[in-house]
Design a protein around this ligand. Structure first.
Ligand SMILES: Nc1ncnc2c1ncn2[C@@H]1O[C@H](COP(=O)(O)OP(=O)(O)O)[C@@H](O)[C@H]1O
Ligand SMILES: [Mg+2]
Length: 311
């Protein structure tokens, strides 16, 4: 496969919510993201997806572990100038297109914020040209530049958020449930826009979603999180065909089926974490069941999974 853009190694993010309570939002998670791919990250609300993204992009200091970007430690000691350079390479698109745009700023100023911070243009005229061109790239037009966020629909606002992220010409974008707040009819449009931009600009995406229905269409590989742990990571088609971890199976069983007859007989599988029975000294870790298909399990479970895996 392609070159690694990011290497996330043993990443931990623990929040102290008043002693002795600690939330292990991200608990020893390791995975790579390849150049030009879309890695889908799924799991139910509260499992640590956003915290993983926010820690990778350095909105939080990691409790432990490493994030390498092109082999360079993002969380290592860096000068202000070096940090600024990193900030430009990694951008984020947020779930809520209402809350994530400053209501008092014009669309032009929202989009140009990064351009201004990084000094990417020589004068006002070039700045506006950039803004117009970005608006066009995301399917809006120059008449939108001097308006305010409240004048737009949810889908249009998400396009503004995408233009803002693109403005600094990043290599890597974390899209944190970018379509969850949108009408179903608009979701595919935004996904298609993201796909088109990826093709044209060679972008790498971490695409976060809470279920497995939409990520299938955008992801090359998919990682499944449960309570701060990555429990399965596989090429997208292999994950749908050969889900090994019982939690992944339960997520898959929650997807409505397009065929009414199959949908009528669809059985929801519930995940019971206590079904795992690990001994105290048993090593539970990510094990590779097929090329690029990793599942979090003990050695005993691994032997069972191997007998279930369909080539
Ligand atoms: N800033 C924070 N302070 C304390 N706890 C947090 C903070 N952010 C997230 N959490 C907790 O960490 C866990 C993971 O949250 P989050 O990453 O937002 O999950 P997801 O994006 O998968 O819904 C949750 O239990 C959440 O309550
Ligand atoms: Mg989240």
């Amino acid at each position: 496969m392609a070159e690694k853009l990011l290497e996330i190694k043993n990443l931990k993010q623990y929040f102290n919510i008043g002693r002795p309570n600690q939330v292990k939002a991200v608990d020893d998670v390791t995975f790579d993201i390849y150049k030009g791919e879309t890695l889908g990250l799924v799991g139910e609300s509260g499992c640590g997806k956003s915290t993983t993204g926010r820690t990778i992009i350095r909105l939080y200091n990691a409790t432990g572990g490493q994030v390498l970007f092109n082999g360079d430690n993002v969380h290592g000691k860096k000068s202000k100038a070096e940090l600024k350079k990193f900030n430009r390479k990694m951008q984020m698109i947020f779930q809520d297109p209402y809350a994530s745009l400053n209501p008092r700023m014009t669309v032009a100023d929202i989009i140009a914020e990064g351009i201004d911070i990084h000094g990417l243009v020589k004068d006002k005229k070039e700045r506006m040209q950039r803004v117009y061109s970005l608006l066009e790239t995301v399917g809006l037009n120059k008449e939108h530049a001097n308006r305010y966020p409240h004048e737009f629909s949810g889908g249009q606002r998400q396009r503004i958020g995408i233009a803002r992220a693109l403005a600094v010409e990043p290599e890597f974008i974390i899209a944190d449930e970018p379509i969850s707040a949108l009408d179903v009819s608009i979701q595919a449009q935004v996904v298609n826009l993201l796909k088109k931009l990826q093709r044209e600009k060679g972008l790498t995406y971490l695409f976060i979603a809470h279920d497995l229905s939409m990520v299938k269409y955008i992801s090359d590989r998919i990682g499944v999180m449960y309570f701060g742990k990555m429990v399965e990571l596989a090429p997208a088609d292999d994950l749908y065909r050969n889900a090994m971890h019982p939690y992944t199976k339960s997520l898959l069983s929650a997807i409505p089926l397009p065929d009414p007859e199959s949908e009528r007989t669809r059985r929801r599988i519930m995940y019971d974490p206590s079904s795992h029975h690990y001994a105290e000294n048993e090593k539970v870790e990510m094990r590779e069941i097929a090329p690029g298909h990793l599942v979090y399990c003990s050695e005993k479970e691994f032997a069972q999974y191997k007998t279930q895996y369909k080539k």
